[in-house]
Design a protein around this ligand. Structure first.
Ligand code: KG4
Ligand code: ZN
Length: 353
């Protein structure tokens, strides 16, 4: 059973064909990173225009690479939210057009749920119920996944997302965009204990995150270093080491992510832990979380590195799960939604029969 997935929620125009929910037949991504890099972040209108240029060639390429025709497909799935509304609209419009002309069922996919579903594309795959940490440029959530159509938010960020904090601090230290992978690389060989950055803890039983404090502390540290540099370049050389700075900042973010996740997961001691989202590509997060899970005797699933950041294979993987669960396909009224909590989305799903 082949499902075509379409993703355009931010700065990647992507289409993929997945067989039986597990096997990647094609996974095409037209990334706009080089276009947005000069602006230091994604410019929504520019993103929408590039999606418009890229969407049909990307879909055609995904079918060609998978060696399937539209008539071989069992369904189409598309990310309809959350994300940049103008960007989402392009994928949704293309998917609706394809569904209308082929008569194929169209499954509307929640972007965060799709990130979690990326874990079905490696072996072994997790089995719900499980506790998932979804960390990306726009989201930092601890989610209990009861099934792939039933989600409960245990905690979420009250301000910046983890990836957003990585991106802002990377920009301030002159590393560029997107910041997460650059901080990941620059922290190599650095001492994670060199600088102490504060972590926010809302107290026992509270699993929310806050990354604006650690971000501001890192920016203040950089300002202080800049003053040293102006006053006394030699002293600055002595005090500032990029790898120590990056390793310490990364440690503070990852430590907070893992601490809250393990606390929340302790309430579900028999369930495995599942990592997802762009920040899941962070090497030290993967290593430290693996160690924490080992210590706690918990099974950990991480998506393949190339499926952590936005892609359409994860959208097709979730589309398959929705079809299998008997979720009713979307009608022609399907619209893009900029903000949509995953639990509300799952409660709104309707079922055939
Ligand atoms: O999931 P994603 O592609 O887009 C959203 O849904 O937001 O995540 C992108 C985010 C960016 O903030 C990027 O800096 C971060 O994921 N990221 C990383 C790494 N690779 C990507 N953050 C930390 N370490 C990485 N290796
Ligand atoms: Zn994403």
């Amino acid at each position: 059973m082949y499902i075509l997935g379409i993703e355009s929620s931010c700065d990647e125009t992507a289409a993929a064909v997945i067989k039986d929910g597990r096997t990647i037949c094609s996974n095409i991504i037209a990334s706009q990173i080089d276009i947005h890099r000069v602006y230091g972040g994604v410019v929504p209108e520019i993103a929408s225009r590039h999606h418009l240029n890229n969407i049909l060639p990307v879909v055609a390429s995904s079918l060609e690479t998978a060696k399937v025709e539209l008539c071989d497909l069992a369904g189409i799935s598309v990310t309809f939210g959350p994300g940049l509304v103008g960007a989402l609209l392009v994928g949704v419009a293309a998917a609706k057009g394809l569904a209308l002309t082929t008569g194929l069922p169209l499954y509307p996919v929640h972007h965060i749920a799709a990130h979690i579903a990326a874990n079905f594309l490696s072996d072994p795959a997790p089995q719900p119920p499980f506790v998932s940490l979804v960390v990306s440029g726009g989201h930092s959530h601890i989610i209990r996944v009861k099934s792939m159509t039933d989600y409960e938010i245990l905690g979420s960020t009250r301000d910046d997302a983890a990836g957003e904090a990585f991106d802002k601090v990377a920009r301030a230290v002159g590393l560029g965009y997107p910041g997460g992978p650059l901080i990941d690389r620059a922290s190599e060989g650095g001492n994670p204990q060199a600088i102490h950055f504060p972590e926010t803890d809302f107290g026992a039983g509270e699993f929310d995150y806050s990354f604006s404090g650690v971000k501001t502390a890192a920016l203040n540290y950089l300002n202080q270093m800049e003053q040293y540099r102006r006053r006394d370049p030699e002293m600055y050389q002595q005090y500032f080491t990029l790898s120590d700075f990056c390793a310490s900042f990364q440690y503070a973010v990852n430590h907070a992510l893992i601490r809250q996740l393990m606390e929340a997961a302790a309430e579900f001691p028999n369930e495995s832990i599942v990592l997802a989202g762009g920040v899941a590509a962070n090497r030290s997060l993967r290593a430290d979380l693996a160690e924490a899970c080992d210590r706690a005797g918990r099974q950990l699933f991480c998506p393949p590195l190339e499926l952590c950041t936005d892609n359409a294979a994860m959208v097709a993987a979730l589309g398959y799960q929705l079809a299998k669960a008997g979720v009713s396909p979307a009608t022609g009224q399907l619209d893009a939604v900029a903000g949509l909590p995953i639990d509300r989305w799952s409660k709104q799903l309707s079922y055939i029969n």
